[in-house]
Write a protein that binds this ligand. Structure first.
Ligand code: WTA
Length: 691
């Protein structure tokens, strides 16, 4: 059964690009006007973690990189570092070198003395009649240790091994990640809604020999049989030369196996059946070097194949802990709910690692935010007395669409609300602030990426006023800049867009792209590197791949992706991956994917295809293209529409003009097409699409 969780995603980002060098999301971005400021509520400021206006001075570039010791000092190190930043091999930055620590220890063990009886994780099942489970720090400690003991002694996993994890939103996912971290095993969590094919590609690329999954789960009122994907993914990985020796299956429901796909003898183990043998076992946390890899997180980039951002232990954990404290304002007493999926970076950083490192209570909600009705999130907030709420523009738009008045019916009290993943329209922002937050909560619009570990731009909620639609200045320590195509700085207040870059390295930044150092340098640092031979970090600005504008007040407004990545409901999808899936359908000759504007998801893919000569067009092709995209990537990439066209608009050199197609889909200005090789096709396609 398909996982339809693309319908109302919890969070994620938005864009089009053009593989052929045409339009970018930036160019089609809406031209917003300057917005009014909103001051943070006095009640918020009175209790905030960060109220010292000197912070920006302390974190100025003059004091770089030493200011980041404030972040590292939030953690417990088994051995203190001796070098804050080793930048001797740019752009491969290494933070807190010489230091040793364990992420699982920092997220669990260190809280036991003071707070073992406090809830670490709430698991909220989608069926509302199933009880919510509150897992204390002590209980999390026990579960993580027992599972780590099994991974080590039962499966033979060791420090440095990779494991692929393909699971839904359940507490066992966090237990799995923390058990891996305890052993120094590198986890690669694949979004549960992704297809078997996507899972297999990540198994192969990461070199995993173990896959951890779950029998099934609830989504939108339906039971999803998830184990089938594991069987398929293992087979696909085998064909691609990677053998999975063990598939570990957690059971969603105590005592009953919920999949119609049986166990493969000698390969599959139901975790719940064996874990009893490890009862009471304790695993000493491995002392990891700061620069050891904690996890891999795959993301789409402009050259088709997904790539894994490789995140460090010490730098990453310091960064997400600091961001959770300073920007999300998390305190140990808070109940915090982030609606993102743990299968994305937001969930790693801001459901699991950051909140737990601070000893807060973090919620894992299994299901769809609008199931069984649009009041669900607000009921949940009321019930658990959530005071920090984190979601995406897509989810906000969807919740507003299905129940604009719903929040007023419930008694909850948010002190802070977060948006992440894509630009938020000021109008949507105002509904979030006025109706969801009742003008009583500070809002932070946090701009960042999978590769970054944590936030790059956002207001510090007690120090800077909010401005709808603008993320804000760099967070303390981050020094962004906008460059034009030639590498000149675009000053503040010119109203001109450009490429947003970061002048300095920061601890949350990835170590590299797993197995592909050249791609890491080429994608993020080659664009504006002043001198490839230079050893000075100042010569290596980070290129984010987003367009942005800088207002006079120092606030950045993010316009969207400039590469051929389309940002659907906050999730980056490569247009080339979608086109490749369309081309798998027999009879399809060419495919072009564009980003079409959508009221709820921001942007959705539309596909234009041509057929091979002699192939008779029929409705069938549309269905087959959609099926192929869902099978290859997952429902999240489902095209809204597939257009069968006689030809695609092309330049005289044969490049497909995706920009023209995007303008047709979005009913925008097509511009001058007379120089195309086949201008007549434009009008024909326009007739089909816009009629
Ligand atoms: C976009 C998600 C505008 C941006 C954390 C970025 C945003 C991409 C925002 C990264 C925001 C993320 N405002 N755009 N607040 N946050 N984006 O890797 O285009 O899934 O490059 O990381 O989402 O998406 P990713």
């Amino acid at each position: 059964m398909p996982d339809e969780r693309d319908e109302v995603p919890g969070t994620g980002s938005s864009a089009v690009g053009d593989a052929g060098g045409g339009v970018s999301e930036t160019e089609i971005a809406v031209h917003w006007q300057e917005e009014e400021y909103y001051e943070p509520p006095a009640s918020f400021v009175a209790q905030a973690n960060l109220t010292d206006p000197q912070v920006y001075e302390r974190f100025s570039l003059e004091h770089f990189p030493d200011y980041y010791t404030e972040f590292a000092d939030l953690l417990d190190w088994s051995k203190r570092w001796d070098t804050v930043l080793d930048s001797s091999n740019p752009p491969f930055w290494r933070w807190f070198v010489g230091g040793e620590l364990n992420a699982s220890y920092n997220c669990i063990d260190r809280h036991l003395e003071q707070a073992k009886n406090k809830t670490a994780l709430y698991f909220v099942p989608e069926p509302e009649d199933e009880p919510i489970e509150a897992i204390t720090y002590q209980e999390l400690f026990v579960r993580v240790n027992e599972f780590a003991a099994y991974l080590r002694d039962g499966i033979g996993m060791q420090r440095g091994d990779r494991v692929t994890v393909h699971m839904p939103m359940v507490s066992q996912l966090a237990v799995t990640m923390l058990a891996c971290a305890r052993l120094g095993v590198i986890h690669s969590v694949v979004f549960g809604g992704f297809s078997a094919r996507a899972c297999a590609d990540r198994i192969v690329d990461s070199g995993s020999s173990v896959l951890i999954t779950m029998d099934g789960y609830w989504r939108d009122g339906k039971w999803i049989d998830h184990k089938e994907k594991a069987d398929q993914a293992v087979e696909m990985a085998r064909q691609d030369g990677r053998a999975i020796s063990s598939v570990l299956i957690w059971r969603r429901n105590r005592g009953s196996y919920g999949s119609s796909f049986g166990l493969v003898e000698g390969r599959d183990v139901v975790v719940d059946d064996v874990i009893g043998q490890y009862r009471g076992q304790r695993v000493e946390p491995e002392a990891m070097r700061s620069e050891d890899t904690l996890f891999l997180m795959y993301t789409s980039g402009s050259t088709g194949k997904p790539k894994a951002a490789q995140h460090s232990t010490g730098g990453y954990l310091s960064y997400v802990t600091a961001m959770s404290k300073l920007i999300l304002d998390i305190k140990p007493t808070d109940v915090y709910w982030c609606m993102a999926d743990i299968g994305w970076i937001t969930g790693h950083s801001f459901i699991v690692y950051g909140p737990l490192a601070l000893g807060a209570s973090s919620i894992i909600y299994e299901g769809s935010p609008t199931y069984p009705d649009p009041g669900r999130p607000w009921r949940l907030a009321e019930r658990l007395d959530v005071n920090i709420f984190h979601t995406s523009p897509t989810a906000i738009r969807a919740l507003r669409k299905v129940g604009a008045e719903e929040p007023t019916k419930y008694h909850y009290n948010f002190k802070l609300m977060v948006t992440v993943g894509e630009p938020i329209e000021p109008d949507v922002w105002r509904w979030y602030y006025n109706v969801v937050g009742r003008r009583n909560a500070a809002v932070v619009d946090t701009w960042w990426q999978t590769e970054n570990g944590g936030f790059l731009c956002s207001t510090v909620p007690a120090l800077k006023p909010m401005k709808p639609g603008s993320a804000g200045p760099g967070v303390p320590g981050i020094h962004p800049v906008i460059y034009d195509e030639d590498g000149n700085e675009v000053p503040a207040g010119t109203g001109k867009g450009g490429n947003i870059c970061i002048r300095n390295p920061w601890p949350g930044s990835m170590l590299g792209i797993w197995g592909d150092p050249d791609r890491y340098v080429a994608t993020y640092y080659a664009r504006y590197c002043k001198d490839p031979g230079s050893k000075a970090w100042r010569d290596w600005p980070y290129f984010a791949g987003d367009g942005a504008m800088l207002a006079k007040d120092g606030y950045f407004r993010i316009l969207g992706r400039i590469d051929d990545v389309i940002n659907v409901a906050g999730h980056r999808l490569g247009t080339k991956e979608i086109e490749a899936a369309a081309l798998k359908v027999a009879g399809v000759a060419e495919a072009a994917v564009v980003a079409a504007h959508d009221e709820v998801k921001g942007v959705v893919p539309e596909v234009f295809v041509t057929l091979l000569p002699g192939v008779v067009p029929s409705e069938e092709f549309g269905t087959q293209v959609v099926d192929s995209v869902v099978r290859e990537i997952g429902p999240i990439a489902r095209p809204r529409k597939v257009w069968l066209v006689p030809d695609l608009p092309k330049t005289r050199s044969g490049k497909i003009m995706r920009r023209v197609l995007a303008s047709i889909s979005n009913r925008g200005d097509i511009g001058d097409v007379t120089s195309l090789a086949n201008p007549e096709i434009v009008e024909q396609i326009q007739g089909m699409v816009q009629s």
